[in-house]
Design a protein around this ligand. Structure first.
Ligand code: NAD
Length: 505
């Protein structure tokens, strides 16, 4: 079955019903369950997807297994060309995809278009790996002998992604796995599978052989669990929350599968007393409230030097109160809805926690109601003044909530910044080059920005975190293929006699 139209609920929206994508075709799931994908701005149903079954995953894995030898044997440059063609297909439809993403996820249109661009950029970047897939040649200790490494695909990759970046994160995993020669079973988040489906369709149109990439939607506890536990899956690449990540890791460990984890964050921005405050203001607003704070790299803690604390905070509150919250398709809107009721409840719950633990609520802190808001899930951008030991300063809220903390000097700021379980992104604003370089060493994070917000990763640099934020190879950048390739060491002895390394004769 092709995705079929179920009619239009109004506006420019058409509800489409999808199947599961196996062997190059959208086919019916073996189960009955269906779930709706809902626009968080107005509650409109955008699409309907199957809640896939273990049997669906089994069929998808069989397809991936059957296609693996042929895809592995396809020259890497040819594999890369498919990604280049897919990048062009995405580029041709960037506007449409951007709008769809804004409706599916709720991020504002400029950010939604930016996310589509990120997928395009990554496919273009990683396609070039098809002409590298670098190994090493290394000196040997014996004469007439040659030593080198080659990269081979790991096998079938099980890819599991979250709802907050519905095309960029799938593109990182799918692009790197494909160019490496892996075949795939992909499970997008149930909240935002449409852009994942569009990515799959773009790759099919670009000439990806049927069965190399398969997609099964559905519950994590069924579809995700089956992928993670299947002995056919050689590598699980997972992005999501830390609790789910721990479960995935444990299951993978039981059968010694390779598992890559990209998990949560509680990302700090430090403002030293010499910070360019105007620049920092723009950066903090963008990092804290962009995508309604629902980025793994969102700035959720602002640590301000006491000398500029009051002055900066008052301005920040004023700017935050001026942010326009509303329909993400309206280009004048700064902050869209949060992704659905569950997110809304979780974020409002954290706002209550902040109040209960004595943090000072300085702005926002409530759901928005009334015209333009009642059908969606909108939360007014929120600022708390808190203390480092409070839960709102330690736990990932994943919403438009910023906790501001005061530090008496650089050392205290770094201590506060590092005193959380996570270590994804970090940022420091200072004009002092020595302090900037010191922070690169001191901040416990996979990413540090100097005089720039905690968000805005580029595809050519590795992406990932330390501590509970993750484990395994970094995604994107030159390390993107590490997760999906095995290194084989090769010795070629052309001496014509038995040579024994390390052993003295
Ligand atoms: P989540 O952990 O709830 O779900 C992520 C995915 O895992 C979904 O596809 C879900 O269906 C699936 N899943 C759920 N239970 C599973 C199970 N038992 N086995 C296998 N799969 C299962 O996360 P979410 O709410 O979709 O995403 C938000 C989280 O993702 C935040 O914590 C955020 O920080 C994190 N995130 C991290 C990065 C990063 O690169 N570090 C990027 C984006 C989001």
């Amino acid at each position: 079955m092709e995705p079929r139209s179920l009619g239009s609920p109004g506006g420019d929206s058409v509800v489409e019903e999808y199947g599961v994508y196996i062997n190059g075709e959208w086919v019916d799931s073996s189960g009955e369950e269906l779930f709706d994908v809902v626009n968080p701005a107005n509650g409109q149903i955008l699409a309907r997807f199957p809640g896939g079954t273990r049997e669906d995953v089994g069929r998808a894995l069989e397809a991936a297994k059957r296609m693996f030898p042929g895809w592995k044997a396809t020259p890497p440059a040819r594999r890369g060309e498919v990604l280049l063609r897919a990048a062009q297909i995405l580029r041709d439809d960037k506007d449409g995809l951007g709008k769809l993403l804004a409706r599916e996820n709720g991020k504002v249109i400029s950010e939604a278009r930016g996310e589509v661009q990120e997928a395009i950029d990554f496919f273009e970047y990683i396609a070039g790996e098809g002409r590298r897939l670098l190994g090493e040649t290394v000196a040997t200790e014996l004469p007439d002998k040659f030593a080198m490494t080659v990269r081979l695909p790991v096998g079938i990759a099980g890819l599991i992604t979250p709802w907050n970046f519905p095309i960029a994160i799938p593109s990182w995993k799918i692009g790197a796995a494909l160019v490496s020669g892996c075949t795939i079973v992909f499970k997008p988040a149930t909240g935002t599978p449409i852009l994942g489906a569009r990515l799959v369709s773009a790759l099919a149109e670009a000439g990806l052989p049927p069965g190399v990439l398969n997609m099964v939607t559905g519950r994590g506890s069924v579809v995700g669990d089956e992928i993670v536990n299947s002995p056919l899956v050689s590598v699980v690449s997972f992005t999501g929350g830390v609790d789910t990540g721990k479960e995935v890791y444990t299951c993978g460990a039981r059968r010694l599968a390779n598992v890559g984890l990209e998990l949560g964050g509680k990302n700090p921005t430090i403002l030293l007393e010499d910070a360019d405050q105007e620049l920092a203001m723009e950066g903090v607003l963008f990092a804290a409230f962009g995508t309604a704070g629902q980025r793994c790299t969102a700035c959720s803690r602002l640590i301000i030097h006491k000398k500029i604390y009051d002055e900066f905070l008052e301005d920040l509150i004023e700017e935050t109160e001026g942010l326009k919250v509303g329909d993400p398709l309206d280009p004048s809107v700064d902050v869209g809805p949060v992704k659905g009721k569950e997110q809304e409840e979780k974020i409002l719950g954290y706002i209550d926690i902040g109040k209960e633990e004595g943090a000072k609520l300085r702005c926002g802190g409530h759901k928005l109601t009334g015209d333009g808001y009642d059908l969606g899930t909108f939360i007014r951008p929120t600022i708390f003044e808190g203390k480092p030991e409070m839960r709102i300063a330690k736990e990932e809220i994943f919403g438009p909530v910023l906790t501001v903390l005061e530090a008496k000097n650089y050392q205290e700021a770094v201590r506060i910044a590092n005193d959380v379980q996570y270590g994804l992104s970090s940022s420091i604003y200072t004009r002092d080059v020595n302090m900037a370089f010191r922070a690169i060493q001191d901040l416990e994070a996979g990413i540090t920005y100097i005089n720039a917000p905690t968000i805005g990763a580029e595809v050519q640099l590795p992406f990932g975190g330390v501590k509970d934020t993750g484990s395994g190879a970094r995604e994107a950048g030159t390390t993107a293929i590490d997760e999906f390739t095995e290194i084989k060491s090769v010795y070629v002895d052309y001496s014509g006699r038995l040579q024994k390394a390390q052993i003295e004769e």
